[in-house]
Design a protein around this ligand. Sequence first.
Ligand code: SF4
Length: 402
Amino acid sequence: MRKTAMTRNAITVKVGSVSIGHEHPVVVQSMTNTDTADIERTVEQVYQLAKAGSELVRITVNSEAAAAAVSTIRERLDALDCDVPLVGDFHFNGHKLLEKYPCCAQALAKYRINPGNVGRGSKRDPQFAQMIECAIRYDKPVRIGVNWGSLDQSVLARLMDENSRSSTPRDSVAVMHDAVITSALESAEKAIELGLAKDKILLSCKMSGVQDLISVYQDLASRCDFPLHLGLTEAGMGSKGIVSSTAALAVLLQQGIGDTIRISLTPEPGGDRCQEVVVAQEILQSMGIRSFTPAVISCPGCGRTTSDYFQQLAQDIQSFLRHKMPEWKTQYAGVENMKVAVMGCVVNGPGESKNANIGISLPGTGERPVAPVYIDGQKDVTLKGNDIAEQFQKIVEQYVTK
Ligand code: SF4
């Protein structure tokens, strides 16, 4: 259940086995960056993303080869016992691909339709209708996903024109925000007119600026009850992407806005795609909205810290817990709520350790070379020697599996 200050009462939409909206947990999504036509690499990446905790995985379906590969990707994942729903990302030619490749249309659990990239001029409406008819035929939900970078220019031009003739014109940023929202809402209305059930529609209006995203989603949330997918598009690399996404999403999630989230990080060359899943989970967990992995509480270290040993221990324990969670969460109920404290000395170590399920204070400068360990608030053992990290890991494992 959600634990934010407010809950927006969105309708429930089912994507495969995943329920989205209303009081269902906020769902973590991710997207592959492999060529979908490359079945091996796509299966491997989807599998890794799902293992990291992605509850929906979007794949691009941009060509005939990609569309032809989708059902095989689904079968291979099923054979690996990976049932994560696949979402097809369509632009420009989605209407043709869904018609020509029924196996693809069937294997996908949801279609993402970008109203700005469905088609131009007189082709737009029939091509949009063709995609909606496929969704109805195969009983699939759609996400009408507007992106500021590919906004339907006809909607923007219309609203700009109306604004210029208004006796109380708004500034251009307000009109632009309205155009993004209007594109999503009018597309949803058209889909319903075409016969798609209301509980088959999710919306998103992605922006690349933090304040723009917050403003657009607050307005969008007040104007509809469709479940909303949140994401700061093109958030960027490294800490910039993480901080910007967190700043924007935290404000919205706290207001009960957002039913699924994706963190759109630009990975380092050769970097791990799963990082976006970890960041999404960290945002939800640190806000107390969901729990995924035991929390590791560690101090920043200071002049009292004798070496990098304790930072390494904190990192190792975090990796160990993440690695174990797929197995543990099926066997040990509530393990994801556990707290493990790793502290650099006894100044704050015992206090933090007592408040955690398990805590350790490593020896700081001038302290005896011993590491007291607390379990459930009580001092349990004092570790010594060169293998404190290994001993501590065993204690954590025993605590979970006892
Ligand atoms: Fe420094 Fe000790 Fe505080 Fe860590 S717990 S920041 S090592 S004083």
